[in-house]
Design a protein around this ligand. Structure first.
Ligand code: AP5
Ligand code: MG
Ligand code: ZN
Length: 212
């Protein structure tokens, strides 16, 4: 089996939908955003290099990100492919990716801009297992306690504020959205309606994957 790309604007629901896709396909989730945040938390050179870009809502330079993913897909758990979340985000990244990984489908989660700010600004996640929640759209069953692992240590992302989200959206429209056409021309772009309940988005995606 080859790899799947989860594509969409910030807050589209890429991270939210990734777990179900991983459960269905066995492909490990490779989120470049999560990898950069882990590097930042660990205080590595990569993390320090990425920080200013992430804080400003700008894309980290292509050569940094491409190298990171190229190394990641060499790991043992990636032999049957990976589920890419947040990569590629520029044409240059997609061209580089095509040289080292076979992509079977690009699932594009479509959400209008006006829905993005409220999604991002209400997001929190579990420090224990990484599960993603939302104050209104997807709260934990017991306040501030993870449904999955029971941890009460919830965190918010440094870049989840209105100003930075606007910059992330600008970066998406100018640098990332042209990729939809790029993959469309190659016949592997599969749009899904991301502007509906989380469970309905998930059902559309799983149906799509099962039909391949
Ligand atoms: P990254 O971490 O990838 O952030 P992003 O693309 O901005 O996407 P998000 O993680 O914010 O959104 P998501 O689609 O995963 O949404 P989620 O499921 O959490 O990147 C961060 C930064 O790293 C970038 O700005 C850049 O600097 C750098 N970077 C990363 N990759 C890079 C690359 N390839 N090249 C260059 N730089 C790179 O959902 C959001 C919220 O909405 C949650 O609270 C969730 O509960 C809720 N929600 C989800 N689905 C629904 C629904 N259907 N209805 C209602 N609420 C929903
Ligand atoms: Mg994400
Ligand atoms: Zn948890």
């Amino acid at each position: 089996m080859s790899s799947i790309v989860l594509f969409g604007p910030p807050g589209a629901g890429k991270g939210t939908q990734a777990t179900a896709i991983t459960n269905l396909t066995g492909l490990p989730q490779v989120s470049t955003g999560d990898m950069l945040r882990a590097a930042l938390a660990a205080g590595t050179d990569l993390g320090l290099k990425a920080k200013a870009f992430m804080d400003a809502g700008q894309l980290v330079p292509d050569e940094v990100i491409i190298g990171l993913v190229k190394e990641r897909v060499k790991e043992d758990d990636a032999v049957n492919g990976v589920l890419l979340d947040g990569f590629p985000r520029t044409i240059a990244q997609a061209e580089a990716l095509a040289n080292f990984e076979e992509i079977d489908m690009v699932i594009s989660i479509e959400v209008p801009d006006e829905k993005i700010i409220s999604r991002i600004c209400g997001r929190y996640s579990c420090s224990g297992c990484g599960a993603v929640y939302h104050e209104i759209f997807n709260p934990t069953k017991v306040s501030e306690t993870c449904d999955g692992c029971g941890s009460t240590d919830m965190k918010r992302r440094a870049d989840d504020n209105e100003n930075t989200v606007r910059s992330r959206l600008d970066a998406y429209h100018s640098q990332t959205s042209p990729l939809a056409k790029w993959y469309g021309k190659r016949g592997i772009l599969f749009p899904v309606n991301g502007n509906q309940d989380i469970s309905l988005v998930g059902a559309e995606i799983l149906e799509l994957i099962n039909s391949r």
